[in-house]
Design a protein around this ligand. Structure first.
Ligand SMILES: [Mg+2]
Length: 383
């Protein structure tokens, strides 16, 4: 029994909650600047066709009476924490997906908590009491169906797919609703005449695997109602660090910088893998006499970017005057925060755009490295 919970129009609902004047009105949370986008729209605004990720100028055209409200990430995060900790009173098996979305594995809790319907209604009521907001809940025997179910009756929805209903549900589930299917793949799939997830079963498995590779394998199991992915509450590392001993002691700054670059990339990659960002970056140096020095800096905006980590590490090295040759050097990241919870500035100001774009590059490099091996792609300076 997997439950997926999704807060309704989260940021916009929080704004309406904190400012009753906004209740019942089309609210568009986001930046008002030229390049601003809608990060959340109230249901009143959605009626006009406004949706999140839409450029604000376009939203304003569709809904001129829409009230633009700048986001207040700290407030959203505060409410999010309350909701998650409430869920964690039911079971430790809570997996946050984003600031307003989580999976909860309730398998085996039925005797204590009641039927799926009772559990869901109870959660809704407790959230309402705790933060005065509504949410939508989907319950199903597997994760992907729970997620699809929570989207069915928004807002304030509750959809339960019992084990007996799974195959019928899949039979009529539009293929575009299956998580992980992008626009391009959707086209190919539809060209084959596949309209619902159940249609996958009408084709030879070999052909589906050939056409869609790894994802084809997943499609086949999803079409049979099985989804191996488990609800995984993330047990996050408190810090990430890496260090390396030099082949011989050195005071060659270029060499040390290159080591820092390599170490920063490793630390960044590990942060991104755990979907974490760091606020405190440190370097560790062991001198030829084995004396150890650490220097650290705390930055304003948490980062998951290897480049930012590297720049800070370099600044720390440059500030330190080496009294002796160096034997070992390393980089560390601590003071970690969840990167799925977007930061105030990253989301609403354009000032962080560069870091953000660079993080996309690094994410792409991570994907390539994961697929083809660690050294497939690396910084020119490391060759
Ligand atoms: Mg939501």
């Amino acid at each position: 029994m997997i439950l997926h919970i999704d807060m309704d129009a989260f940021y916009a609902s929080v704004e309406q909650l904190d400012n009753p004047d906004l209740k019942g009105k089309p609210v568009m949370v986001g930046g008002y600047s030229k390049r601003g986008v809608v990060t959340a729209a109230s249901y009143e605004a959605r009626k006009f066709g406004v949706h999140s990720a839409m450029p604000m100028f376009k939203a304003k055209k569709l809904c001129p009476q829409g009230i633009v409200v700048p986001g207040r990430m700290e407030r959203y995060s505060e409410i999010s924490k309350k909701v998650f900790s409430l869920l964690e009173t039911l079971t430790p098996l809570v997996e946050p997906v984003s600031i307003d979305e989580a999976y909860v594995d309730l398998t085996g809790c039925e005797r204590i908590l009641g039927t799926p319907q009772e559990v869901a209604l109870n959660i809704k009521q407790r959230i309402k009491e705790a933060v005065d907001l509504s949410c939508s809940i989907g319950i199903a025997p597997v994760k992907f169906l729970a997620k699809i179910a929570s989207d069915i009756n928004k807002p304030d929805g509750l959809t339960i797919i019992t084990p007996g209903q799974v195959l019928n549900f899949i039979e009529s589930l539009p293929i575009r609703k299956v998580p992980g299917i992008g626009k391009v793949m959707l086209k190919t799939i539809e060209q084959l005449g596949i309209k619902t997830l159940g249609d996958i079963n009408k084709f030879p498995e070999k052909m589906i695997r050939k056409r869609f590779g790894k994802f084809g394998r997943r499609l086949i199991s999803l079409s049979k109602g099985s989804d191996d992915s488990a609800v995984t509450p993330h047990l996050e590392p408190k810090s990430v660090s890496t260090e390396s001993t030099l082949s011989e002691d050195t005071n060659n700054l270029n060499l040390l910088r290159r080591r820092l670059l390599k170490a920063s990339e490793q630390v960044g990659r590990r942060l991104r893998k755990h979907r974490l960002k760091t606020k405190t970056i440190s370097i560790k140096i062991k001198l030829s006499d084995f004396k150890q020095i650490t220097r650290s800096v705390t930055i304003k905006e948490p980062t998951g970017s290897s480049k930012t980590i590297y720049h800070n590490a370099i600044a720390l090295l440059d500030k330190y005057r080496l009294p002796k040759k160096v034997r070992l050097i390393g980089v560390g990241a601590s003071n970690l925060v969840d990167s799925k919870i977007p930061s105030q500035r990253g989301l609403f100001n354009s000032g962080e755009k560069i870091d953000e774009n660079w993080e996309k590059v690094e994410k792409a490099v991570d994907d390539i490295s994961n697929k083809f091996g660690k050294n497939t792609i690396k910084k020119a300076a490391l060759f």
